[in-house]
Design a protein around this ligand. Structure first.
Ligand SMILES: Cc1cc2nc3c(=O)[nH]c(=O)nc-3n(C[C@H](O)[C@H](O)[C@H](O)COP(=O)(O)OP(=O)(O)OC[C@H]3O[C@@H](n4cnc5c(N)ncnc54)[C@H](O)[C@@H]3O)c2cc1C
Ligand code: FES
Length: 273
């Protein structure tokens, strides 16, 4: 019988500081680590604890893998302090991931905010690997301020890929920070976009308030609820459907998600609470 709690020991190869609160951790898994973009893993430090995180690299990248983590509390502070060479425990992957076969032939609109860019970076890089299967990608990313925007150097490269359109925005520009792009919440990027709602699928990830207003804007633009993919975050513990910590409506986010379409929820208003 396969042990769903089976974990592997990985070695922290490199730490990249993305913003004052976000770092990317590059982990040597000692062999190929298979996952599907959108799935999550439980990342742990011996004697500290663990938490759910989505790999932020393409799912074609099997070793080393990258995980981007925002410092919000105890475990994430400890992992931010970890030095290269440290042992990091990984179990998973868990959850469903994005159904890429349903994206084929469609235009893909990716909308992310803050550390929500992590799963979307994985999705973007995975899609770019087979770009000919899709009818182009439009990515709209937002951050609170220019220094909070992550993957800055890579974003410039992405913008130059044929078939990719990239729009960036920050909520505000504090004194001393440079920014020549759009200023406003990420939904301000969506309003002027010209998209064919019948042949577009949208993937959204970010803080609950951003996901709410982005979803409403996309629905107003005619995106079908069944083509609106949300990466949900919920308090998790076991990651495998045993502890019931992660429920939203009748779903276990860890098993039935973390990727859901908007129409799967009976009361989408309640899921942002
Ligand atoms: C499927 C999934 C994928 C995620 N992917 C990423 C990612 O790629 N990068 C990233 O930075 N964060 C991600 N998160 C959020 C991340 O799991 C939490 O921020 C982290 O577990 C907080 O740990 P902590 O001990 O530092 O925080 P705590 O001190 O425990 O709490 C700080 C905050 O984090 C929230 N939190 C704590 N534990 C969890 C948990 N197990 N699940 C959800 N929220 C929690 C708390 O409600 C609180 O608001 C993801 C969450 C889920 C459910
Ligand atoms: S995290 Fe335990 S049931 Fe989902």
């Amino acid at each position: 019988m396969v042990n769903a709690f089976q974990s592997i020991r990985t070695k922290l190869l490199k730490v990249i500081t993305e913003s004052p609160t976000i770092k990317t951790f590059i982990l040597d898994c000692g062999g190929e680590f298979e996952f599907k973009t959108g799935q999550f893993v439980e990342v742990g430090l011996p004697g500290v604890g663990e938490g759910p995180f989505t790999p932020s690299c393409s799912h074609y990248t099997k070793n080393p893998i990258e995980i981007t983590i925002m410092k919000v509390g105890y475990m994430t502070s400890k992992i931010h302090e970890a030095k290269e060479g440290a042992e990091v425990i990984l179990r998973g992957p868990y959850g469903n991931g994005y159904p890429l076969e349903d994206f084929e032939g469609k235009h893909i609109l990716i909308v992310g905010g803050g550390v929500g860019l992590a799963p979307l970076r994985s999705l973007f890089l995975t899609l770019v690997h087979d770009l000919n299967k899709y009818n182009g990608i439009t990515a709209c990313f937002g951050a609170r301020s220019p220094e909070d925007l992550i993957y800055k150097e890579q974003l410039k490269e992405w913008a130059s890929i044929d078939g990719v359109e990239l729009h960036l925005s920050v909520d505000r520009v504090p004194e001393g920070q440079n920014w020549s792009g759009n200023v406003g919440v990420v939904t301000t990027l969506l309003k002027p976009l010209s998209i064919d709602p019948d042949s577009t699928v949208a993937a959204v990830c970010g803080p609950p308030i951003m996901m709410k207003f982005t979803s409403l804007t996309l629905l107003e633009k005619g995106i079908k609820p069944s083509n609106l993919y949300l990466s949900m975050e919920s308090k998790m513990y076991c990651g495998i459907g045993l502890c019931r910590h992660c429920t939203i409506e009748h779903y276990f986010v860890c098993k039935d998600g973390p990727v859901f379409t908007y129409d799967q929820f009976e009361n989408p208003e309640a899921i942002w609470a």
